[in-house]
Design a protein around this ligand. Structure first.
Ligand SMILES: Cc1cc2nc3c(=O)[nH]c(=O)nc-3n(C[C@H](O)[C@H](O)[C@H](O)COP(=O)(O)OP(=O)(O)OC[C@H]3O[C@@H](n4cnc5c(N)ncnc54)[C@H](O)[C@@H]3O)c2cc1C
Length: 476
């Protein structure tokens, strides 16, 4: 067994780990980047990028198939060549991965160690069975992995995860998708638009990470018009029959159905990769998920020399958050014990479905009932959206009654990725609804829909405040 000494050991060379390593080196410390799996990051290899590539192909197919409404006729049938679609997804994916690999290659060899790390104590790690690493601080950046519910585990190679989809050489004919969260919804809709016969099954009604019941209902109706989606499905049985997956379920019309699929695509959530880290050998307090208690501003676990960043801490499993957290964890590991709060941005999450979904600032579920008003716009009659035949969806904006401050928003609708940014920026700037309405709105743009929702919120704020004043002035 070899022994290595370093200032900062970073476990995991994904987005968070690479950012942590770079921050630690920039602060003048020795750092060791330990990676057990393939280099290239989850985002580039099997996450953000290949999923958006598949969605781009699906959008092209969808637009070609729906050009008629504009008087544009594509002659003949729209043919989707699954092999060509997957070849482009992989080719472009490999290009993105290539940039990450170049970055990793540029890291000096003595700063990299291959193998899976486990804690022996707070500052000693064992990497596979070949190296013991003594570090004065450790950054955990081990990412997350799909969690597969027990009934689906017996499907063998007919059970596929997001990683497997991007290895396909051709598109299958029929796929059952389990889990209409962000990943299941994005991949399920993309496959459906590429001609795959898709059924999407969920539990307890959750859909695309939307917490506002009205926005979720709008999303449900929109997607159900396009492909089979039951966010509250009663799946009675799943089993493997030959090379197929048989699913017995109660359909939306309450009839019992048995159908066969080429694959079951399981997207039922992700769990942080902390269970195999030997955290029981550390002094860290763990929560119910087994994740060390940590401070989201410093990324420090308790007052220990251990920091935890990215999907591994299960706080905000998104790419930009992983990059921020990695940097903050790396900087603070270098400064330890004099740790400082890093910049945390306003929350922003986008689902690249069509229409897109965005949650900016405080989600509806996080707001205290009775303290806020909801401004609304239905995109059904929104001018520019209708011009483009994208007039579907609902935006809810939330404003604080006491201060008039804009708190957050949830939406499904056109240009949600862009409107979500505007709204997250407004939250971070702590703008009031009145200040937001002083900003320019061009004509004709989808953002005019946002203005309608803000005006609605402003009106409701005035009403709510008038009601409060009346209450205060009424003698008891
Ligand atoms: C299909 C899909 C689509 C997505 N789309 C988006 C999107 O559009 N936008 C967005 O913001 N986010 C998206 N995400 C989420 C985003 O990809 C993640 O939040 C981000 O990649 C997490 O980065 P990370 O550094 O925490 O983890 P990773 O990049 O997964 O890095 C963790 C690394 O740690 C290594 N490791 C684990 N355990 C050990 C150990 N014990 N020892 C050594 N090494 C170890 C792993 O091999 C891995 O390389 C998507 C995710 C998926 C799966």
């Amino acid at each position: 067994m070899k022994t290595l000494h370093t200032d900062i050991a970073v476990i995991g060379a994904g987005t968070a780990g690479l950012a942590a390593y770079r921050a630690a080196r920039a602060a003048g410390k020795r750092a060791l980047l330990i990676e057990g799996g393939p280099y290239g990051t989850t985002c580039a290899r099997v996450g953000c990028m290949p999923s958006k590539l598949l969605i781009a192909a699906a959008e092209a197919a969808h637009q070609a198939a729906h050009a008629e409404a504009f008087g544009v006729h594509v002659s003949g049938d729209i043919a989707v060549d699954g092999a060509e679609v997957m070849a482009r997804v992989k080719r472009e994916r490999d290009r993105f991965v290539g940039f990450v690999l170049e970055g990793v290659e540029n890291i000096p060899a003595q700063d990299k160690l291959r193998g899976y790390a486990r804690f022996v104590s707070d500052t000693v790690l064992r990497v596979d069975d070949h190296t013991e690493v003594h570090a004065s601080r450790v950054v955990i950046a081990t990412g997350s992995r799909p969690s597969v519910p027990p009934p689906l585990r017996d499907l063998g190679d007919r059970l596929v995860l997001n990683d497997d989809v991007f290895e396909w050489n051709d598109l299958p004919a029929r796929v059952a998708v389990f889990g209409p969260g962000v990943i299941g919804l994005e991949l399920g809709q993309a496959l459906a638009r590429l001609g795959v016969d898709v059924r999407v099954f969920g539990v307890s009604g959750s859909l695309g990470g939307i917490s506002d019941p009205a926005v979720r209902q709008s999303a449900r109706r929109i997607f159900q018009r396009e492909f089979y989606l039951d966010p509250d499905a009663r799946v009675l049985d799943t089993r493997r029959v030959g090379d197929e997956v048989e699913v017995r379920y109660v359909a939306l019309d309450n009839s019992e159905r048995t159908e066969r699929f080429d694959y079951a695509l399981v997207a039922t959530g992700r769990r942080p990769n902390v269970d195999g880290l030997g955290l029981e050998h550390t002094t860290l307090a763990l929560n119910a998920q087994g994740v060390p208690a940590f401070d989201r501003d410093t990324l420090q676990a308790g007052d220990s020399p251990i920091f935890i960043a990215g999907d591994a801490n299960a706080d905000a499993p998104l790419l930009h958050e992983a990059a921020d957290e990695g940097r903050i964890a790396g900087e603070n590991a270098a400064r330890f014990p004099d740790v400082r709060k890093g910049l945390r941005r306003a929350p922003l999450a986008v689902v690249f479905s069509d229409p897109q979904i965005a949650v900016a600032g405080a989600a509806h579920a996080r707001l205290a009932p009775g303290t806020f008003v909801t401004g609304e716009v239905d995109f059904g009659d929104q001018g520019r959206s209708r011009v483009m035949l994208k007039n579907r969806g609902l935006l809810h904006v939330y404003a604080d009654i006491a201060t008039g401050r804009f708190l957050g928003a949830e939406m499904i609708g056109p240009s949600a990725e862009h409107i979500g940014h505007l709204l997250a920026w407004a939250v971070q700037q702590e703008l009031t609804v009145a200040r937001m309405l002083e900003m320019p709105f061009y004509h004709p743009v989808v953002e005019e829909g946002l203005r309608t929702a803000l005006r609605d919120a402003a009106g409701k704020l005035a009403q709510a405040r008038a009601a409060l004043r009346e209450e205060e002035e009424t003698p008891a």
